[in-house]
Design a protein around this ligand. Structure first.
Ligand code: SF4
Length: 172
């Protein structure tokens, strides 16, 4: 069972980035990839062998590139890194992230809410903004199809089981 996460609205994302010059987009190739393959019917993962987990996630990288294009159109430069499992970071990954974020105005996290918190927690001294691009919306059990050429998987809508989180109770 994975974490079903959905993109925030482009307008809300760009509102957070208004006036910034350079941002780092951190991409999780885990459940975020299946979630986007399901939501947007994008190819999920490449089935090519020997590429490594970070490099086979197609859907989430296409969405990252789409956001980067919107940023470019708004005059915002983007750097990108892909981090396997921001929800359970190892020390070497933490150092890589902090280094990659140097000289940026914001870090954008393309992962579920747990991934966002995982990144935020290791950057207490980061002077810029740390911005989520997705939100956790539930959990999933998906079924995958393979494209006719056998080059990638695709999350099928048929048979998908998504357990949506209950909406947060209104505060007084
Ligand atoms: S950070 Fe979230 S989306 Fe990425 S692998 Fe962990 S639970 Fe899944």
């Amino acid at each position: 069972m994975g974490v079903y996460c959905q993109m925030l609205e482009d307008a809300a994302i760009m509102k957070n980035l208004t006036g910034l010059k350079k941002v780092l987009i951190i991409t999780c190739p885990g459940c975020a990839c299946e979630s986007l393959s399901y939501d947007k019917q994008l190819p999920n993962r490449s089935l090519a062998e020997g590429k490594g987990f970070e490099n086979i996630a197609i859907a989430v990288h296409r969405e990252r590139d789409r956001i980067a294009q919107i940023c470019a159109a708004a005059g915002i430069e983007t750097d990108t890194i892909t981090v396997a499992f921001p929800c359970e970071l190892v020390e070497t990954e933490c150092e890589r992230i902090v280094l990659a974020a140097e000289n940026t105005d914001a870090v954008c996290v393309l992962a579920c809410s747990g991934g966002f918190l995982g990144i935020r927690d290791i950057m207490p001294d980061y002077p810029g903004k740390i911005i989520p691009l997705m939100k956790s919306a539930g959990t999933f059990v998906f079924h995958l199809a393979i494209d006719p050429a056998g080059s990638y998987s695709l999350v099928k809508r048929q048979g998908a089981r998504i357990l949506h989180f209950a909406p947060a109770a209104a505060e007084d």
